[in-house]
Design a binder for this molecule. Structure first.
Ligand SMILES: [Zn+2]
Length: 320
């Protein structure tokens, strides 16, 4: 009964089918509520799956922008912000003393949020994600608002918050004067484990879109990226490169809030590339193979995980 044995795409061990379980292309902590989520079946053994879950998946969802963005997108309640591991995150604000006197701790704010100071001297914090999901008048008693402030490092996100709250507070406040913007900037270091986690997302996606021809992922050309993910051994060419700020162009002309992956083969350089963007932060270029000479066809493929629309779907794009 040979057909009941599978081979793991990471450790390369051949094991019975019952020792394999589902591996989310993008971990479920970052794809909460998404319908038609992409999951690999029979490709990643449960030993690799659970090791990754406890190491790189957990770290990616708690220690970098991805961790922060889970709060900002309302995938995790702000009250659990102590789960954020801040070793790789450096915060800065224009006026630290005023910030600490008025707000307190950085993790209370997280960035990309609105703080309301209320007449009973309490304050309420709403992330951009919360404001997208529920109108402000359902989140707070509008009559109690005395002062509004926005904390973010990005103008487009400040504008998005302004647009969402304008219908509810414009009678009471001249938003332009009263919506004071405070620049709070987080600088994040993407260390080896973060890069391996991003490379794993790219490799998972590669395995998923080539499942008609399941042996491609086992070809030697992909051993260096596999060793990087599995053991942290860096290939000669930097495997994960922060490439560009995300644009509508990168999303194939779609303006979406979410994640995006694109796989393609560059015919001139014989490279197999996956581009990955998580939470619209920026685009990572992952070199899956730097010298792919084999004749097997590598399909061009893109998917988006639309957080607001709660759906994962393929998209058509010619852009590389
Ligand atoms: Zn394995």
């Amino acid at each position: 009964m040979e057909s009941t044995n599978y081979r793991c795409i990471y450790c390369l061990e051949i094991k019975p089918v019952n020792l394999f379980n589902g591996e989310h292309v993008i971990h479920k902590s970052m794809t909460k509520r998404i319908q038609k989520n992409l999951i690999l079946h029979g490709r990643v053994c449960e030993t690799c799956n659970s090791t990754y879950g406890k190491t790189m998946d957990l770290k990616l969802s708690r220690s970098y922008f991805e961790g922060l963005n889970r709060f900002r997108q309302d995938m995790k309640p702000v009250s659990e912000s102590h789960h954020l591991d801040q070793k790789n995150i450096q915060w800065s604000v224009a006026d630290p003393e005023a910030f600490h006197n008025e707000i307190g701790d950085f993790t209370e704010v997280l960035g990309d949020c609105l703080i309301l100071f209320l007449s009973d001297t309490t304050k309420k914090i709403f992330t951009l994600g919360q404001l997208r999901r529920k109108p402000l008048n359902e989140l707070v008693d509008l009559d109690k608002i005395e002062m509004l402030r926005v904390f973010t490092g990005r103008q487009d996100r400040a504008d998005a918050i302004g647009e969402l709250i304008k219908p509810h507070v414009s009678e009471k406040f001249q938003l332009a004067e009263n919506l004071e913007k405070h620049k709070v900037t987080a600088t994040v270091t993407y260390d080896e484990i973060a890069q391996r986690a991003i490379a794993k997302i790219a490799f998972n996606y590669f395995a998923l879109v080539t499942q008609q021809n399941p042996d491609i992922v086992f070809e030697k050309s992909f051993d260096s990226i596999r060793k990087f993910i599995y053991r942290g051994i860096f290939p000669s060419i930097r495997p994960v490169q922060k490439q560009e700020e995300l644009s509508d162009f990168a999303l194939g002309g779609l303006s979406l809030n979410g994640h995006w992956i694109r796989l393609y083969k560059n015919p001139d350089l014989s490279t197999v590339i996956a581009k990955v963007s998580l939470f619209n932060q920026w685009v990572w270029k992952v070199v899956l193979s730097s010298n792919y000479q084999n004749g097997s066809e590598i399909p061009t493929s893109s998917h988006v995980w639309d957080i607001d629309g709660e759906l994962c779907q393929p998209i058509l794009t010619n852009a590389t």
